[in-house]
Design a protein. Structure first.
Ligand SMILES: Nc1nc2c(c(=O)[nH]1)N[C@H]1C(S)=C(S)[C@@H](COP(=O)(O)OP(=O)(O)OC[C@H]3O[C@@H](n4cnc5c(=O)[nH]c(N)nc54)[C@H](O)[C@@H]3O)O[C@H]1N2
Ligand SMILES: Nc1nc2c(c(=O)[nH]1)N[C@H]1C(S)=C(S)[C@@H](COP(=O)(O)OP(=O)(O)OC[C@H]3O[C@@H](n4cnc5c(=O)[nH]c(N)nc54)[C@H](O)[C@@H]3O)O[C@H]1N2
Ligand code: SF4
Ligand SMILES: [Mo]
Length: 749
């Protein structure tokens, strides 16, 4: 049956919660962390429990200090963990705020219609799980299990992936591909035959020259990288940063190239030109390991620094000098692949240009370049083979995006909108740990999908925007209250880290592994969940690696020996790259055969109209996307985003520092809320900048509601990457508006 599903904004969520709230720990001055740091009456920890952080995906291993009453007092980085070296970032330290946030989801909720209006009512776990399982069976009987899809991000994802695969569906996706790092994986795979993956195998620790193109380490707080970045600076490495904004990284750099946004490809081609024509490239390495140099040389012949100057606004001498710096330090040089790289729709090709420069410098496999990472390969807990799905994400591509190496979330949304052409319709969404309306800039498509889907289940810890999608909301407990998979983070050495519950789940919240297992049992999939607790799974897995749970509990992290001797290529040895030719491919016949440019080309991107400025965005050190904005500890450090405006633009528009403005984009979408103005020389005049993740429109998020602007709301145009389907998000333009969509009175400020 088709429901006209409304996107529920404000609901009865608070009713039962208010009654239960008395049991909770109000996070304020009397809270454990503040008690420890501000008042000095720190109750001593009687228990120290191993965990790894879930505030972002770097997954630093940490110790939770817990008192007799089960209060988590503080989180300290695990010294043995190469991901964090004993130091958490500000977000990780503030992770306790996630646990003690009173706005958390507290009970399962089911969508109901009351007096003609849709809202939620509280439900028991049994009722909610029975409802979901019955609906899944109905949908599978009519459309096949493949029509149940999963959108996931974070630890919960693996438990629901296992459930779906056991059920017969591999229709699984995440915003971390087509909205994040997908293009670089394609760019590097088509060049070196290897993807970058997470964490990045970037040898920043030993680099002599680090080139950052957009990637704003220091604001992007991926811990190990930031620590190594700071060590590299101390050791005198040359830093070259290409960014239209004077980022923290740019501020620490020997060279800042304040590029005109969207023109990076021209700079990269000019660098390639200089490296080849000035014979600065690593000849021995290139000769030994690559193919296509001659074609590349001919291709870049016209792309001189003078040519690039007209496009990028970067002085030719600066382009030449920086290319020379890179070459002087080769092979201990690293042109960083970036991470969030879905910018302008030709992102896989831009990433390929970055890969090619690294190839020319010989940094792939070199100390101070990219190392060869190794993971721990933790075996799966025994279960029957998964049934083979009749179709999966490949079929959803419909012949498009031939170089996508993982599922493309946008195609899942398209397949959920009823249409004659839809050969593989999706009927149900499980959403675990991703705030879709903020993470994927395709809200109008998502709204259409919502009308056609038969079941939407959201598993989350907070009443963020995505919970408004759900027929059933399931409250997961936070990472400090649960077991999860052992962490296997491939790096210089393989490591394993343990996450155990530091305290009991609050309210009615439950761990994802338990939710998945309970659904599995109801779906007749017991053999896939043949354990009572997740500790049994972990114990078994550790035994296979010759480890015990007791050892892991006392160490938190173990570092295992590598299977191959060195993380670096031996310059005397030949190496088989996993490309079709076995070599680094400067010219890609595979791309050519598929009808794409075998070598990257520069394409101009849309420009703002008069009076509009390019909207660019990034990270703040104390927040992760939209997930931390309500965290009381972190909101205390930064509770709203600001819009960075160049003084010239500010004076043109009469904008004053510290005052508020609404923003309106090229499609006449005005922001829900106003944003504080920051007038600064640190941004180019043609762009405005804000931190992503603010502007929450749900009142249940009491610390975050209405604070700042949600950049995604203004990203109504995306440039899709034809190679892999990424949604380029930086071709939206905004102007300043005195009134907004949400609340006319607020415009008076
Ligand atoms: N604190 C914190 N750290 C995080 C995260 C977080 O949420 N919070 N998220 C993590 C994740 S998943 C990711 S993917 C990464 C993302 O972090 P990065 O990969 O470092 O992010 P970028 O997309 O490079 O975008 C940010 C920078 O690009 C600049 N920029 C904008 N347009 C252009 C352009 O056209 N050319 C150039 N050269 N630069 C441009 C912006 O000014 C900004 O400084 O951060 C990770 N680290
Ligand atoms: N406009 C714009 N869009 C972007 C980006 C951008 O910079 N600008 N960045 C892109 C990038 S790089 C990425 S990687 C994605 C990130 O996309 P997401 O990971 O979806 O980002 P968040 O907005 O943090 O949403 C996380 C959701 O998970 C919930 N959550 C947090 N912890 C848990 C948990 O332990 N269990 C469960 N079940 N849920 C939990 C949060 O409450 C929140 O609802 O966004 C992409 N989209
Ligand atoms: S980088 Fe910070 S937020 Fe991310 S996992 Fe590590 S401590 Fe947590
Ligand atoms: Mo990301």
């Amino acid at each position: 049956m088709k429901t006209r599903r409304e996107f529920i904004k404000i609901s009865a969520l608070g009713i039962g919660a208010a009654a239960i709230a008395a049991q909770s720990n109000k996070w304020g001055l009397g809270s454990p962390l503040f008690a420890a740091t501000k008042k000095g009456n720190y109750t001593s920890a009687t228990k120290i429990v191993s965990t790894y952080c879930e505030v972002c995906f770097w997954k630093c291993a940490a110790w939770a200090h817990v008192d007799d009453n089960g209060k988590v007092l503080k989180l300290i980085g695990n010294d043995a963990d190469p991901q964090c070296n004993g130091r958490l970032c500000p977000r990780g330290t503030g992770g306790v705020g996630m646990l003690y946030d009173d706005d958390r989801l507290k009970t399962p909720l089911i969508r109901v219609t009351e007096n003609g209006k849709q809202t939620y009512r509280e439900a028991s776990w049994d009722e909610a799980l029975d409802f979901i399982a019955n609906k899944m069976k109905e949908i599978a009987a009519a459309n096949g299990p493949e029509s149940v899809a999963l959108f996931n991000h974070g630890s919960a994802g693996s438990h629901f992936s296992h459930l779906l695969k056991a059920f017969g569906s591999a229709t699984i996706t995440a915003p971390s591909y087509a909205q994040c790092r997908g293009p670089r994986e394609v760019g590097f795979e088509t060049t070196f035959g290897s993807q970058i993956g997470s964490p990045e195998p970037t040898d920043i620790r030993d680099t002599r020259c680090l080139v950052l193109i957009g990637s704003h380490l220091g604001e992007n707080m991926h811990n190990g990288q930031v620590q190594e970045f700071s060590d590299a600076i101390d050791k005198g490495a040359t830093i070259i940063t290409v960014d239209p904004r004077l980022s923290i990284a740019a501020n620490k750099s020997k060279y800042w190239l304040p590029i005109k946004p969207s023109t990076d490809m021209a700079l990269l081609l000019a660098w390639i030109h200089v490296l080849i024509f000035d014979e600065l490239y690593n000849k021995e390495y290139v000769e030994k390991h690559s193919i296509g140099l001659e074609q590349l040389k001919e291709h870049v012949r016209p792309f001189t620094p003078e040519w690039a100057y007209g496009i990028t606004t970067i002085q030719p001498s600066l382009i030449r000098n920086t290319a020379k710096e890179m070459a002087d330090n080769a092979p201990s040089v690293l042109v960083h692949p970036g991470r969030h790289v879905t910018w302008y729709g030709d992102d896989a090709q831009r990433s390929r240009a970055i890969a090619i420069i690294n190839g020319l410098l010989g940094s792939w496999g070199a100390r101070g370049g990219f190392f060869m990472k190794e993971g721990a390969s933790i075996p799966d807990f025994p279960h029957p083979a998964y049934p083979k799905p009749a179709w999966s994400w490949h079929e959803l591509l419909n012949g498009k995006f031939p170089f996508a190496t993982m599922s493309v979330s946008n195609t899942f949304i398209d397949a959920s909108i009823a249409s004659e052409d839809n050969k593989h319709p999706i009927k149900a969404w499980f959403i675990a740990g991703t705030n879709l309306p903020v993470a994927i800039p395709l809200m109008s498509q998502m709204e259409k999908a919502l009308q056609d889907l038969e079941l939407v289940v959201v598993v989350d810890t907070m009443p963020t925007e995505v919970t408004g999608f759900a027929d059933v909301v399931l409250p997961e407990c936070t990472y400090l209250e649960r077991h999860d998979d052992l962490r296997d983070a491939p790096h210089r050495e393989p490591t394993i880290a343990l996450r155990e519950p530091a305290t009991e789940p609050k309210w009615e919240s439950k761990p994802a592994w338990w939710i998945a297992k309970e659904l599995g049992e109801r779906l007749g999939l017991h053999d896939y969940f043949a354990y009572d607790t997740f500790e049994e799974v972990i114990k078994w897995q550790l035994e296979q690696k010759g480890l015990t749970l007791e050892e892991m509990q006392s160490k938190g992290v173990v570092v295992l020996p590598r299977k191959t001797e060195s993380p670096y290529l031996d310059p005397k040895e030949s190496h088989q790259f996993k490309t079709p030719s076995g070599k680094i491919e400067f010219y890609s016949s595979t791309l050519a055969a598929a009808g794409f440019d075998p070598m990257p080309v520069y394409t101009p991107h849309p420009e703002p109209e008069e009076g509009f400025y390019r909207l660019i965005y990034g990270r703040a050190p104390m927040h992760t996307f939209s997930r931390t904005v309500n965290n009381p500890n972190l909101a205390d450090l930064m509770d709203e985003n600001t819009v960075w405006v160049h003084p010239k633009v500010a004076s043109l528009w009469g904008l004053q520092e510290g005052k508020y403005t609404y923003l309106r984009n090229q499609d006449a979408i005005t922001s829900d809320f106003p944003i504080k103005i920051r007038v600064t020389e640190r941004i180019r005049w043609d762009s405005v900048y804000m931190v992503h993740g603010f502007g929450h429109n749900r009142k249940e998020l009491s610390n975050a509601f209405g604070k700042g602007i949600d950049d995604t709301q203004l990203i109504t145009k995306v440039l899709i990457d034809p190679l892999m389907g990424g949604t380029g998000m930086r071709s939206n333009f905004v102007t300043f508006a005195s009134t907004g969509a949400h609340n006319e009175e607020e415009a008076a400020i």
